[in-house]
Design a binder for this molecule. Structure first.
Ligand SMILES: Cc1cc2nc3c(=O)[nH]c(=O)nc-3n(C[C@H](O)[C@H](O)[C@H](O)COP(=O)(O)O)c2cc1C
Length: 177
């Protein structure tokens, strides 16, 4: 997924519909904030960050890749820190909502995503393990906010305290203006 192809596809879709247009981005790119910016510029109403991370496993008995397609998409808790970082970067780059998706299985995961800047979150793999994961997380968000005296769940959005990113040695964390 490149900046140019994202802009092209989003623009075509925008011209084709007045329905809400959420563009789901792959995390398998080095310039995700730029890709998110391209989707926004072409008319997306929101970006979903992100899809699965391209991964691989090898069977040590046969020395063959475990997956018939050699590579496949990794999801679940292992990808959470990576996608969380991408949500943080994208949320600081675009003005449209960023929907966080990647390895969320608990209320605390959802809170982290919202603090990083996600307006809402999606839960995928966790629902295979626990079909009621989403309702548990929704109830947990309310309880988390009550315990912390936070009046609205939405107050969590982007509330991460990030003074450290102003430190020169951490400047690379900040999105390009
Ligand atoms: C079995 C499976 C099927 C998926 N199919 C799709 C799909 O058809 N389209 C899509 O955009 N993402 C698909 N995904 C990606 C998920 O929607 C989600 O972006 C990703 O798994 C990360 O979230 P999670 O860790 O909560 O599962 C699929 C994921 C899994 C595990």
């Amino acid at each position: 997924m490149s900046v140019a192809s994202t802009e092209h596809v989003t623009r075509e879709l925008r011209a084709a519909t007045k329905l809400p247009l959420w563009v789901k981005l792959t995390p398998n790119t080095g310039d995700l904030p730029d890709v998110a910016r391209a989707a926004e510029a072409a008319g997306a109403d929101a970006v979903v960050v992100a899809n699965t991370i391209l991964a691989m496993a090898i069977d040590l008995t046969t020395f063959k890749p475990c997956l018939g397609n050699v590579m496949g998409g990794l999801s679940g808790p292992a990808i959470k820190p990576i996608v969380l970082r991408q949500v943080y970067q994208c949320a600081r780059t675009v003005k449209i909502p960023v929907i966080g998706c990647g390895g969320i299985s608990t209320t605390e995961d959802a809170v982290e995503y919202m603090l990083a800047g996600a307006t809402a979150v999606q839960v995928g793999t966790a629902t295979f393990v626990q079909p009621a994961a989403m309702t548990t997380i929704i109830d947990g968000l309310t309880k988390f906010c009550e315990r912390r005296d936070i009046s609205r769940v939405a107050d969590l959005i982007g509330a991460v305290l990030n003074e450290e990113t102003d430190e020169p040695e951490l400047a690379w964390l900040a999105p390009t203006p």
